[in-house]
Design a binder for this molecule. Sequence first.
Ligand code: DGT
Ligand code: CA
Ligand code: CA
Ligand code: ZN
Length: 579
Amino acid sequence: MNKKALVEALSEMEVLLELDGANPFRSGAYGKAVRALEALDTDLEEHVENGTLTDLDGIGKGIAQKIEEFAQAGTISELEEMRSKFPEGLLEMTLIPGLGPKKARAVYTELGVSSVDQLRAACEDGRIAGLKGFGDKTARKILDGIEQLARFSGRHRLDAALKAALPILEKIRSLKSVQEAEIGGSLRRRKETVGDLDFVASTKEPGKVMEAFVSLDGVTSVIGKGETKSSVLLGGTLQADLRCVSGAEYPFALLHFTGSKEHNTRLRQIAREKGMKLNEYGLFPDGKEESLRAKSEKDVYKHLALSYIPPEMREDMGEVEAAGEGKLPRLLEQKDLRGILHMHTTYSDGRPKLEDYAEWAAAHGYEWMGIADHSQSLTIGRGMSIERVWEQHEEIDAINKKWKSKGVRLLKGVECDILKDGSLDYPDEVLKEFDFVICSVHTYFNLTEKEQTARVMKALEHPCATILGHATGRLLLARDGFPLDQHAAIRHAAKTGAAIEINANPRRLDMDWRLIPYAMEQGVPITIGPDAHRIEGLDDIQFGIAMARKGWLGKRDVLNCLSAEKFLKFVKEKKKRSE
Ligand code: DGT
Ligand code: CA
Ligand code: CA
Ligand code: ZN
């Protein structure tokens, strides 16, 4: 019998009984049993066979029966019953620090809240604070708890990881004993979430570098400190590893510790085929103890007869083959972008005024900014009534007159809700007045995949629909996207002439970069949208560019690289195509 599984089943019973409002003695009995089993140092199976379970402290007759049932059937029928009584999300809710089963039950019975997402929404819109026995403070505590739950799930969002890593990199580089240093691992590859931070440095005095590393600001504990490698914990949750090597080893070490593991494996294969051995210390021709020299990673690739593969592409998605054939695409760069689209203003739930975006564009060298506030039915996003749309258009006209000489233009876009039935959130005569329309799902996440796919596809068929915004609605490490056949959505975008957004907000990064090659194959252009609600949110464009690069996109694949006129031409062609 699997003791761990049994303990889990009994703990779950305890929680479910609490959720059910059962007599505390009944649920408490399960808690006691769990602790008894965890402390047990005799053989559980023997107790079951001999019928001596009740001899154990903390295990009564009722629980003993459940354990016997579990031993025989591998499950407990009452547990199965109880499980089907509550939505799955409710059980997850009980894990939130500051909530627990009792409060979860209250929230469920009083408000019908049955998932972590719904709970977050209820905290944000004041329903939780309004509940008897809850209040503002509790609502805030629950929100913190939700955040914590995500943090402790072990991975970290790209933006948070980068923010933690950059000052450390700077600090390492500033050390006199350090020649070169770089971020490695999944962060250098710009994965949307990272497990831990990896740093690589070249130095002749690794001891000094290690000492500085473990005494960095923000280090809450030292996991391990060696002569050439150390690991620390930052802020209690984020691990950072540092590896020190010699100058000659550095390019090989950096390549190795950047990964991915799968990419490394492919490179090693190539090396073997060429009669060499590649590892983190060097590239060794068979029978030689001395490595080929490399000044940089580029040289290592060259030795393997490969063109340089940018870190973002090192995911074993065909990049090694392409590099061998000299067929790597030229990846998108920030300077290729001429316009940015998808930002919110005071007309919906954004903080900046319209003109703030014009100013920012001028200061940062962008030619056009595609404003996209929420549409009328999205009340939590303070969506624009039709009246407000006309006001906004007037203001944009005035701003454009003023900014024309500076070469900046605001486009009259909208982030239009896709309603439950796939129709768009304004009448056609309003929709056709926008320069472009991003269509997004913000409601009814609980439809089936078939329904969601049909819904999204219908929206794309509207002639005014230009772009599918944040395709799945996922929130990284917080909420899975709604079920959507993304391949079908991509094919339908191709058919209707629509584009698909990479939402650059680091909470989303949606559509996922892994689907981008399929979009390319189908001929669907991509837009990168920061989904900014504050001016600083525009900086998130970097994360969208990173995802575009992970999806192998170049300048030609991304509509942000067009002039405003060319972009508007794209919108017009889409209209014609689906009319
Ligand atoms: P993460 O931290 O889970 O987001 O992902 P990574 O890729 O940063 O993985 P991590 O931190 O475990 O290791 C950093 C790099 O070191 C990894 O990308 C490739 C390299 N590496 C680690 N373990 C192995 C291994 O067993 N074999 C090979 N070939 N490379 C490895
Ligand atoms: Ca890592
Ligand atoms: Ca690591
Ligand atoms: Zn949105």
